[in-house]
Design a protein around this ligand. Structure first.
Ligand code: ATP
Ligand code: MG
Ligand code: MG
Ligand code: MG
Length: 494
């Protein structure tokens, strides 16, 4: 098999759905549904939360299945799992990624889950066992949780050498979706890109040679607070494997970016801007930041495309604000690092559709809208960037030796003390450009004194609206405007 991303995804789903009797369930939207929280969907399990908690409605389709598999669109910006700052700096964390998932709802438990995972990796993906490391939960005294020795024994009985089965604590081997909600001890599978050595000391160290690929969570608790765990009515299995990472592994590369999910975007960036080609050697110094720009722009465009196709719009509040910040960050790289002409992000939407459209047709259905939203956001960015630069120049001329922004500086920029009111995302982006640091405590102090993240007092931008047809399609695919944020943006646009 040629391990294109589409083949990797399909092999996973065939393995669970055809060979092991799992029901395929479509990816849910990355925008949470009504009463499902205020963060982006950060894992495959989010849509199944009511099943774990035992609150699923009997008429729900989900009630029928006890084995399920899918590939879930995930976004990790904000919330407990926030990977935004890692993007561009490493080769394995994205703001948007796909999680290949399998579940047992009160059906099989640890032994079958581990044995299926190993079967897939060794006999479908044909990975050598000696490259794989297995972690299990080492217990937590404070919470009175025992080490998961059953899990250790299961791996050893499946033929894994004892020295490759390693215990870790709460941080790595106890999975929670957030501050509250379903959780449990987990066992993870890590892959050594190098081989012919014992690499157990590199597991869970963020070393680019040894990466986590698959997490198998044994859902047993509902977290009610920092140290409050309640047993769930039943035990479940919840697994998630990063598609981009397993694609990289199967294509013999240490970088997720070196796969067909990103390379076509890199190609378009190169063609559109004429900058030098992407240099994929890991650890290269990237003095002008060109390679980082390639990574950030591609990652952020995928994230924005997915979010907009799921009916979110960049805006001033909540998830819309996070989306806008991500787009602004990408635009910063386009204009200030690559010196691109306006329109680059919009041009990357087609290659995103090429690679994701087969799995997520909503991306293709909304491609034109995504391009328009990205281009309109870019016009707005360029305008505010100019205003913002004037503010920063003025501020710097007034405050001698300014190195970092205090709460007062942020407040003044925000309120238009230097001429133009500024949004916090723009302040962060310009601070970066002017080499001024922002203490996160100072930013926190500022935002906590704000009633909301409402920013510029200029009239909000007009986005193209959803056509009734499109809205119908979105709704029938269960990805129409669902929560208040969405409704807010939707009504703004219509
Ligand atoms: P890491 O330790 O590498 O940050 P994680 O432990 O936070 O990953 P999990 O919550 O266990 O990740 O998610 C399950 C799987 O999803 C991971 O094993 C990994 O393959 C993938 N994954 C997690 N976060 C990302 C991301 N930001 N980008 C791409 N893949 C990811
Ligand atoms: Mg993480
Ligand atoms: Mg981890
Ligand atoms: Mg993990």
């Amino acid at each position: 098999t040629k391990w294109t991303s589409n083949n990797v995804r399909k092999a996973f789903l065939d393995f669970f759905c055809q060979k092991n009797n799992h029901q395929f369930v479509k990816s849910s939207s990355v925008i949470p549904g009504r009463n499902q929280g205020t963060y982006f969907t950060n894992a495959g399990m989010n849509q199944f939360k009511p099943i774990f908690l035992g609150t699923v409605h009997e008429t729900s389709d989900l009630y029928k299945y006890d084995r399920v598999a899918n590939s879930q669109k995930c976004v990790r910006v904000g919330g407990k799992h926030n990977d935004l700052e890692d993007v561009g700096r490493d080769y394995t964390h994205h703001t948007f990624f796909e999680m290949l998932g399998s579940w047992s709802f009160g059906d099989y438990f640890k032994k079958e889950a581990c044995s299926m995972a190993l079967d897939l990796l060794l006999n479908v993906y044909n990975l050598p066992l000696d490259r794989l490391y297995f972690t299990y939960f080492g217990g937590c005294k404070e919470l009175g949780l025992q080490p998961d020795l059953d899990c250790r024994e299961i791996w050893i009985n499946l033929g894994v050498p004892e020295c490759n089965v390693l215990p870790f604590g709460m941080k790595d081997n106890f999975w929670d979706m957030g501050d509250t909600g379903p959780c449990g001890p987990c066992t993870e599978i890590h892959y050594d890109h190098i081989g012919n050595r014992n690499a157990s000391h590199l597991v869970n160290t963020d070393h680019p040679d040894v990466i986590e690929i698959w997490n198998l969570v044994f859902m047993q608790y509902n977290r009610l607070g920092a140290d409050k765990l309640l047993l769930l009515p039943n035990t479940h299995v919840d697994t998630g494997m990063g598609l981009e990472r397993i694609c990289a592994v199967l294509n013999n590369t240490r970088s997720n970016y070196n796969t067909d999910l990103f390379l076509p975007l890199f190609h378009s960036i190169q063609k559109e801007t004429g900058v030098r080609e992407y240099n994929d050697s890991i650890g290269n110094e990237d003095i002008n930041g060109i390679d980082t720009a390639y990574r950030v722009i591609s990652d952020h465009t995928r994230m924005s495309t997915i979010c907009i196709a799921d009916s979110l719009l960049p805006g001033r509040l909540d998830l819309g604000y996070k989306l806008r910040y991500v787009i602004y960050r990408a635009l910063y790289q386009c204009h200030h690092i690559l010196k691109a002409k306006p329109g680059l992000l919009g041009k990357l939407v087609d290659p995103v559709c090429e690679s994701l459209g087969e799995a997520y047709p909503e991306v293709i259905a909304n491609a034109d809208k995504v391009k328009e939203v990205l281009n309109t956001t870019e016009e707005r960015y360029l305008k505010f960037m100019k205003d913002g630069e004037r503010n920063f120049d003025k501020m710097i001329s007034k405050i001698a030796d300014i190195k970092s922004l205090t709460e007062t500086d942020i407040q003044r920029l925000h309120d238009g003390y230097y001429g133009n009111p500024m949004s916090t995302d723009m302040i962060e982006i310009l601070a970066n450009k002017y080499n001024l640091s922002i203490d996160s405590v100072e930013m926190e102090k500022f935002t906590s004194h704000q009633i909301s993240t409402v920013t510029d007092n200029k009239e909000d931008i007009k986005y193209p609206s959803f056509t009734p047809d499109l809205l119908n399609t979105l709704t029938s695919m269960n990805i129409g405007p669902t929560n208040d944020v969405d409704k807010y943006n939707y009504s703004k646009s219509s």
